[in-house]
Design a protein around this ligand. Structure first.
Ligand code: AMP
Length: 337
């Protein structure tokens, strides 16, 4: 989607990645199919492009480090490193005054017992690396759950988070330009199924003050990371109206896909604009409301023809090879008014 937004602005996106038929590869002007660790391929890639960005925060930090000495990388290593590691992420969020759920680092079963004693149960045990879409986490409801969860989740260390009794999940997306300018989209309300984003709604069905606070918090994250590009912040809304941050994504985010069809300038175009050093675009919404629905796994594949046949759905299909369970295959934006 970023490659398509770049092409629309007249750029020729060159995609680097390990999969020859990945969605980005299918729409790129140039491709390098290579492992992230392939130093020669990275060298040639750096020489062929003007600026580098990434859409996936599990690109190894060493890959970005290898590129950073040769070509401008936006965002840079700082944002990537913070967002690859839940412990670094929590420390960063606290350092910029963005509240998070109570947490403890867990290096051993002894740490886990102490953390449970501190935070109480239920609590959520998570990997600090490579966790997304609810993977790499376990809800602990009783002390007896602890040992098996510690053994199952890898790599270590882990992090234990207090269970957040949220009323809603929200996120907001901010773009920050190379000159420090900022554009922040409206917050969306996100509903998950099985730990995976299912639906995003805009406007969010939450008090206006909470939606505005969500925008302020993501802007603080973008500033604190000195990020050039787009960043999303996932948050929990508590019964008292306050927000806790859950996770940062230093890239366009699934919960911002509504912007493709409901805004003149999507999160992907903002990302390209920021990375290319162009002025940021508008963030205003031109539909009264929008509902973004993910198409996930075999059920998403089965639902696709029905959405394509509807007059009120703007349909996006990613061209992934297999409709595996839990895999995001596409999404639709349902525009109202
Ligand atoms: P994550 O992989 O951290 O984005 O978590 C995936 C989903 O699990 C979130 O969107 C929440 O629905 C739920 N979740 C994660 N952490 C917590 C928590 N500390 N308390 C309650 N629910 C959580």
């Amino acid at each position: 989607m970023s490659a398509m937004a770049a092409a629309r602005l007249g750029f020729r996106p060159h995609v680097f990645g390990p999969e020859a038929d990945g969605p980005g590869m299918q729409v790129a002007a140039a491709r390098t199919v290579a492992a992230y660790e392939d130093a020669d391929a990275l060298h040639r890639f750096a020489a062929a492009v003007d600026v580098v960005t990434f859409e996936f925060e599990n690109v190894p930090a060493a890959t970005l480090a290898a590129l950073e000495g040769r070509v401008e990388c936006r965002p840079g290593l700082k944002a990537l490193s913070v967002c690859q590691d839940r412990l670094a992420e929590k420390r960063f969020l606290e350092s910029v005054g963005v509240p998070v759920a109570p947490w403890r680092a867990v290096h051993s079963p002894t740490d886990l017992r102490a953390a449970i004693a501190d935070l109480g149960l239920p609590a959520v045990l998570k990997t600090t690396r490579m966790g997304y879409d609810g993977r790499g986490q376990a809800v602990l409801r009783a002390p007896a759950d602890a040992e098996a969860a510690f053994a199952r989740l890898a790599p270590h260390p882990l992090v234990l988070e207090g269970f957040v009794p949220f009323t809603h999940e929200l996120s907001a997306v901010a773009a920050r330009g190379a000159d420090g300018s900022m554009a922040v989209y409206e917050a969306s309300e996100n509903r998950h199924a099985g730990g995976i984003l299912d639906v995003s709604l805009v406007p969010a069905g939450v008090p206006a003050a909470a939606a505005e606070e969500a925008r302020r918090l993501v802007a603080r994250v973008a500033e604190g990371l000195e990020l050039v590009g787009v960043v999303a912040l996932e948050m929990f809304l508590l019964p008292d109206g306050s927000l806790l941050a859950n996770e940062i994504a230093p890239r366009p985010h699934n919960s911002g896909h509504w912007t493709i069809d409901a805004c003149a300038c999507s999160q992907f175009e903002q990302h390209v604009r920021a990375v290319a050093g162009l002025p940021l675009g508008p963030v205003s919404r031109h539909a009264a409301a929008v509902e973004m629905r993910n198409l996930i796994g075999p059920a998403g594949l089965a639902a696709w023809p029905g959405f394509v046949a509807r007059g009120d759905a703007v349909c996006h299909w990613y061209g992934k090879e297999e409709a595996r369970e839990g895999r995001k295959l596409g999404h639709v934006n349902l525009l109202r008014g």
